[in-house]
Design a protein around this ligand. Structure first.
Ligand SMILES: [Zn+2]
Length: 469
């Protein structure tokens, strides 16, 4: 199958190719076969996608999200981090059944494609039982998005009868139950056996990991390693109380591919150690700003020589739009660089293309996928996005990178290809069953909220407050 994306303004993000004001991208069997000036690519018999009037960019990379939470849109808008931990992790997570788990991940995957996100790291910490795990994996696979399904070795409460708040404390605080290991291996072998497929298998560490003693962290890393994941991920906001980051760096004990999320308060020495050790970092600006988690780490980590990605994290907070995250990061960094200066600085210090790279090539590098995605380069997977700048709000434009970063919302994402397959065309995600799906999704979301409403929330809140006191 050959497709010619013809006559667009190509923003390749490949330094060797640069921008082509009028260019063609040839796709053969899911792979980019040529990127060249318009009319110079010989492609007899190819399906032609007329890209004139669009900006052609590589598919965007979302380095960290909990995709299942797409079913909870809006509930987190005024949550603090501790509200989130209680509501999402201790309460809502236990209210999902197979249907809601499947639809949460399906919706999150489709939402990604609509926004031009062709690769997402799904930190999937809703593994409350084997059948839920199947539903989560199938949901993301059925959406058609690429990325890494990271099975979280983390216990989740299950509310399917009488609720014992005391038992919830134990579920949330003990090490991940042993059944997770066999279940995760089964999910890997059932759905992600092909390690070159667009969606691969990974492991996510439990949220408590940074605060555990080194011996337990090593146990968790060994359990992750035993699952042969493509990628390991985990939340890691600060250096932790036990000096574990430095120890693991000194021992060379990190997995081959690991991307930590946030890192806001990781000390400078540890950031440098992580960069040196080849550990990556993912910044998620919306929730890190909105919940006051701390200063964004991506730029500092890049400056220390590390590989950084950008992510959306919570789709119950902001929509899954990685360009929105990159915009916010850019302006936060510019604001930070200007702090302490008595007057506006002569240089803003951080550029549009720096921010856009986090959502494309740098993000791919941070996930160990730079040989496969992140730029429009010959030999890479044909994950391609056509942005059609809004005639009134974005045209005429001068720099395509600025137009993509500053004036593109999912509404301007015209066409999306994943591995050469068109998954959004003329502004519409290619699924014939969208209307029916929307009703199922609405019903499933309502049933999750109803179960949440019936929980003995004050008692559970008391348990949760005790955990953090
Ligand atoms: Zn997260």
């Amino acid at each position: 199958m050959t497709t010619l994306i013809s006559g667009g303004h190509v923003l390749s993000m490949d330094p060797a190719i640069g921008d082509l004001p009028r260019g063609d991208v040839l796709v053969e069997d899911g792979t980019i076969a040529a990127v060249a000036g318009h009319g110079t690519v010989d492609a007899p018999g190819a399906e032609v996608i007329d890209a004139s009037g669009t900006i052609v960019v590589p598919g965007f990379v979302d380095g960290h999200r909990h995709v299942w939470q797409s079913l909870l849109r809006g509930v987190a808008a005024d949550w603090s981090l501790s509200d989130y931990m209680l509501q999402a992790r201790a309460l809502y997570a236990g209210c999902y059944d197979e249907e809601s788990a499947y639809l949460g991940n399906l919706l999150g995957g489709l939402e990604s494609l609509s926004a031009g996100i062709t690769t997402v790291v799904d930190h999937c910490h809703l593994q409350s039982g084997p059948r839920i795990s199947d539903a989560l994996a199938r949901g993301l696979l059925d959406s058609g998005v690429g990325g890494v399904f990271c099975y979280a070795l983390q216990n989740v409460p299950v509310y399917d009868g009488d609720v014992d708040p005391g038992e919830i404390e134990d579920v949330l605080t003990r090490m991940p139950d042993a059944w997770h290991d066999t279940n995760a291996a089964r999910i890997r072998d059932t759905y992600f056996a092909d390690d070159r497929a667009r969606l691969r298998f990974g492991v996510a560490l439990p949220e408590a990991t940074p605060y555990l003693p080194g011996s337990l962290v090593r146990q968790l890393l060994a359990r992750a390693d035993a699952l042969s994941p493509f990628l390991v991920t985990g939340h890691w906001v600060d250096s932790g109380p036990h000096g574990v980051l430095a120890e693991l760096c000194a021992e060379g004990a990190w997995p081959d591919r690991i991307c930590l999320s946030h890192g806001n308060h990781i000390e400078a020495d540890d950031l440098a150690r992580l960069a040196e050790a080849g550990v990556s970092l993912c910044t998620t600006p919306d929730i890190e700003c909105g919940m006051g988690i701390g200063p964004l780490a991506a730029r500092r980590f890049r400056a220390a020589g590390g590989a950084a990605a950008i992510g959306t994290d919570l789709s119950n907070y902001a929509r899954a739009d990685v360009l929105q995250q990159a915009r916010l990061l850019l302006q936060v960094e510019r604001s930070t660089l200007a702090q302490g200066s008595p007057r506006p600085p002569r240089s803003v210090g951080y550029g549009v293309r720096d921010a856009l790279a986090l959502a494309t090539l740098d993000g791919a590098e941070a996930l160990g996928l730079a040989d496969t995605i992140g730029s429009l380069s010959v030999g890479k997977r044909a994950d391609v996005v056509l942005v059609r700048p809004d005639p009134l709000g974005a045209q005429p434009y001068t720099d395509p990178a600025a137009a993509v970063l500053f004036t593109t919302s999912p509404a301007e994402i015209d066409t999306v290809l994943v591995a050469g397959e068109v998954v959004k065309r003329d502004g519409v995600v290619c699924r014939g069953d969208l209307g029916e799906l929307q009703q199922r999704i609405a019903d499933a979301a309502a049933s999750v909220r109803a179960r949440h409403h019936q929980l003995p929330r004050p008692e559970i809140e008391q348990v949760w407050a005790g955990l953090f006191s």
